[in-house]
Design a protein around this ligand. Structure first.
Ligand code: NAD
Length: 479
């Protein structure tokens, strides 16, 4: 039975209530985890707090070497971790393996930056006086992570936090704690000192909130929904904790009349249906120019029809179940309201029937044509495999609709005219814009949403700014 991972070992709390971890493909119980409360969270935070001075004072190159070895050990366990991830999350094994590799590559990105954590030098401030801009780690980081990419989103926090000398207490989603716990154990065995990376399991309201409120936690690094992000920002204001918030999105895709329609349709299909549509960065609204709409839609429908649904462990499966039954119901409600608003169902909009589908949260890839422009699929985040498509007259109309959202996470533009694309990329309100490219996130580029999609950046060199404070030091040479 899984336990909390604190101070370099599994910590048993026999008296704690436990929560089952359910396989979304068949409803079976994979394992169970303790529901930590404020006492257990306090113990984990204190362990991270005690480990902090020694980790902070470890030379950055040594921290990099240790993190590199830990990343390699995780890669060595890719098959074991991918099976665990598929069992608790539901995604196809192929995607689970990709996700574990992605976690490792993100850690390696930060290993590469270990020797490049820089401050500054300002000469001649005054006579015999110069200034230093010194960069220091913050202390204990509370990392709160959702269930859709439990390890990728952990890596985005763990990499910059550890390389800059912080220690971490992670709180995975209540439904996907197992892979994170096992990763913490592997990384510790590979050399990450006890207390540097701890994991507490439990609900958001109890364990998550206790972590976010703990006075020894200096920063909350959160990925999750916009409503919870707002709550955490308010909580953090009590003692002015640092926060980064990676929140919901409703990424528009604009397909112009000169676009490569085959590639655009592929990018829309992968961008919407990868991970069963449960991704923050995902194609969630398509605006296609009227003159090419029919051809584009025909290609997109063809691609959606070819996607094979099934349990993540079955060969050739491209779409697993939704993670929870509530998640599926929510998508069903949004699709139903789109249809009520006048949308035509091009494909899907129902649960698949037949053997193997009864016990899992399966839902067919769904394409909706022309729901009302103020319908729920236009204004809310759709966190599942349903994609609305609208025809537009031109770029002006497309940009107005694309920007008419509370979200500003990702976006994409498909056109062969790079002048038109670069002008649109400047005007679109989003943290990421892809031009003629599927929505692939690169460790090299800073990533973070505009508007209600978040605050602060992960990835890039820029992420290091969000895990350190700078201070100015004035040095006067005396006689
Ligand atoms: P969620 O906000 O419900 O939960 C995310 C995490 O926060 C979980 O670990 C949960 O236990 C915890 N939590 C919940 N309430 C809390 C509270 N009051 N205090 C502290 N912690 C609390 O999100 P979800 O529904 O699990 O995840 C899906 C959402 O995450 C979507 O909106 C998606 O777009 C977003 N997301 C964003 C990104 C990004 O990088 N911008 C990436 C992935 C997912």
């Amino acid at each position: 039975m899984a336990e909390l991972y604190v101070d370099g070992s599994y910590t048993g709390y026999s008296s704690l209530e436990r929560m089952p971890v359910i396989n979304p493909a068949d409803g079976s119980e994979v394992d169970s985890v303790p529901l930590a409360g404020s006492t257990e969270v306090d113990q984990a935070v204190r362990s991270a707090h005690e480990a902090f001075p020694a980790w902070r004072d470890t030379p950055a190159s040594r921290r990099g070497a240790l993190l590199g070895e830990a990343a390699e050990a995780v890669m060595g366990a890719v098959d074991e971790l991918a099976s665990l991830l598929t069992a608790e999350q539901g995604k196809p094994l192929r995607e689970a393996r990709l996700e574990i590799r992605r976690f490792v590559h993100t850690l390696e990105h930060y290993v590469g930056l270990a020797k490049n954590i820089r401050g500054g030098y300002v000469p001649d401030l005054d006579e015999k006086t110069y200034g230093l801009i010194v960069r220091r780690p913050l202390g204990v980081i509370g990392a709160i992570v959702p269930w859709n990419f439990p390890t990728t989103l952990l890596g985005n926090k763990l990499g910059p936090a550890l390389i800059t000398g912080n220690t971490v207490v992670a709180k995975p989603a209540e439904t996907t704690p197992l892979t994170t716990l096992r990763i913490a154990e592997i990384m510790h065995e590979a050399g990450i000192p006890a207390g540097v990376f701890n994991v507490v399991t439990g609900t958001g309201e109890e364990a998550g909130q206790a972590l976010a409120e703990h006075p020894l936690v200096r920063k909350v690094a959160f990925t999750g929904s916009t409503p919870v992000g707002k709550k955490l920002m308010a909580l953090a204001s009590n003692d002015l904790k640092r926060v980064t918030l990676e929140l919901g999105g409703s990424d528009p895709m604009i397909v112009c009349d000169d676009a490569n329609l085959d590639r655009a349709a592929s990018a829309a299909s992968v961008g919407r249906f990868f991970n069963c549509g449960q991704a923050c960065l995902a194609v969630k609204r398509v605006y296609v120019f009227e003159s090419v709409a029919d051809e584009f839609i025909e290609k997109l429908v063809g691609k959606a029809k070819r996607l094979r649904l099934g349990p993540g462990t079955k060969d050739g499966v491209m779409i697993g179940p939704l993670h929870t039954s509530r998640g599926r119901e929510l998508v069903e409600e949004q699709v139903a309201s789109a249809v009520d608003s006048g949308a035509k169902v091009l494909v899907g909009a129902k649960r698949p029937e037949g053997d193997g589908f009864e016990r899992g949260n399966f839902y067919e890839p769904t394409l909706l044509l022309e729901p009302a422009r103020d319908s729920r699929v236009a204004t809310e985040e759709v966190f599942g495999p349903a994609l609305p498509v609208w025809r537009v007259a031109d770029m002006e109309e497309a940009l107005e609709l694309a920007n008419g959202s509370i979200y500003g996470l990702g976006s994409s533009i498909w056109t062969r005219d790079l002048n038109r694309a670069s002008e649109a990329a400047e005007r679109i309100e989003a943290g990421y814009t892809w031009i003629n490219s599927p929505q692939i996130v690169y460790d090299e580029l800073p990533f973070g949403g505009w508007k209600q999609s978040g605050y602060g950046k992960e990835h890039g060199i820029e992420a290091l700014d969000y895990y350190t404070e700078t201070k100015s030091v004035v040095v006067r040479r005396s006689e």
